[in-house]
Ligand binder design. Sequence first.
Ligand code: 6R9
Length: 646
Amino acid sequence: MSEALYPVPAALAADARITASTAAAMHALAASDPDTFWRQQAQRLDWITPFTKVDESSFNEADFGISWFADGQLNVSANCIDRHLATRGDQPAIIWEGDDPADSRVITYAQLHEEVCRFANVLKSHGVQRGDRVTLYLPMIPEAAFAMLACTRIGAVHSIVFAGFSPDSLASRIRDCDSRIVVTADEGLRGGKRVPLKANVDAALDHCSSVEKVIVVQRTGADVAMVAGRDLFYGPARDAAATDYAPQAMGAEDPLFILYTSGSTGTPKGVLHSTGGYLLWASMTHEHVFDYRPGEVYWCTADIGWVTGHSYVVYGPLANGATTLMFEGVPNYPDHSRFWQVCDKWNVSIFYTAPTALRALMREGDAYVQAASRASLRILGSVGEPINPEAWEWYHRIVGDGRCPIVDTWWQTETGGILIAPLPGATDLKPGSATLPLFGVHPLLVDAEGQELDGATEGNLCIAKSWPGQMRTVYGDHARFFQTYFTTYPGRYFTGDGARRDADGYYWITGRVDDVINVSGHRMGTAEVESALVAHAKVAEAAVVGMPHPIKGQGIYAYVTLNANEEPSDDLRKQLVAWVRNEIGPIATPDIIQFAPGLPKTRSGKIMRRILRKIAEGETGALGDISTLADPSVVEKLIADSQLAS
Ligand code: 6R9
């Protein structure tokens, strides 16, 4: 691993929002007097009723629970919009760049206020009330942000389902949170291709009896089927709606949104975030980590279907009165220069993307980057998976012309926002390291037995104490929340990641230690892909593991045992790939399917994934102890049939 050191650029060291001395003072206060520290930080939000309570969280079974600022009241949309109107009503809040470079829209804070109020009135007129769950299945269009903020204005809880998910995935998420309303679009548009969103919703609703209304935003104007009494177009409803809506006072601990994410077992979990703590965390971290300054254009390329889109396209930047750029398209359309053309077009100062996108662009050569000036860029960010030092160096040297610090931000859907990342004015950078914890964050490394490890070491990454942005529960299953995150190492939040800590205290995330894989920065449980495979009539059993992939970070390697009497064939392999795409969505497309007459199992019937992982990594010489297998001979067969060799 690269151990190069990139010191803080002199200009930033002097005038960043947080310099080394401010950072030291803030860390010291957060450590010595957390109550005062958090009381002060929380003043960055506008409270309708001031809080008196601060942190009342416990990770222990006896008094388990996460709670911050519990008796305070606030409204998220008022914090993201109304309070900015007096000073920056005419400043762009959202710059929307369409899939087609000729398509764009600039929405000022005053216009955002009007659009969100109209959307809130439309939702209200269709019966949405405080506490109701509203499912959003939308492309990256401004109406997605309007709908999110409209829910928060009413106090309804949104659940965004990534628009790349299949009808089945959408249906299970609608059912889990019992939504009565779905907001979608006729079609999405990405890289010039149309995505049939409304048709997907129709297919999903065959399996969801709870849904009474479907609101359809017309993005492409395609002719879509509309069910009388159930479906309506948003446009006419918006035009008829009133332009004002009083924000609902919400308790700090009231739910803000649900976002489904993959774990190591079972179905996706509905991660539930709170109103006060989440917004504080999104806002603080957006300002601190990106050194955001008023008037700057900030661009996070994430889709709103992922947590990064929630915290760093919408809530963090808007709470800070920033101008946030929302991009409908893809990095390679019309060509591989698109990101950098957009940076020039809108004078982007801060750019935040994922390593998988960088690796894909790096492969196309530097000329696409150099076709744009990128003179406005000041800070570059990375999120979603470990960034390999080669990609880091390329990002720094070519994209940033060696001028721009790279903030490698480690966090999770569960954490609400960034926990480990550099502060650009205070932290020297090491390519490949997310560096140091933010204020009030207490990471620790433990061994397999839960013993805390000191100094330079490697282990499983836990967090010792709560922070305001932490998830509050798994929707509808509080026991699962406790069980999943707080029982592996009692009294600690277990992240599921492994990490190394070097002699300077810098953290190097090594990846998931559980059965979760990270494909192009998208989290997926291997169990989800397995259950899709075994749902196929010809499949008896399946085991899925991650494999190294040059662009995606990890690819999906599936071992499939067919039913007796079924013959393996290339045709069947193609069918199974298409089947999984259809069951879950294109992000779950298996890269390799290996037909396996037998899987390596222990005598108790547990599949030894360790062995399957090694074979998928091409490391067949280092399989370790296989003596506990019920039938060790299956391993030779698996190696001989390995799809990597072919
Ligand atoms: C924000 C987000 C979370 C998992 C996490 C880890 C990986 C995210 C990372 C990173 C190394 C980084 N991850 N950021 N690994 N360096 N900077 O991605 O949330 O989709 O829930 O994924 O992603 O493995 O545990 P989510």
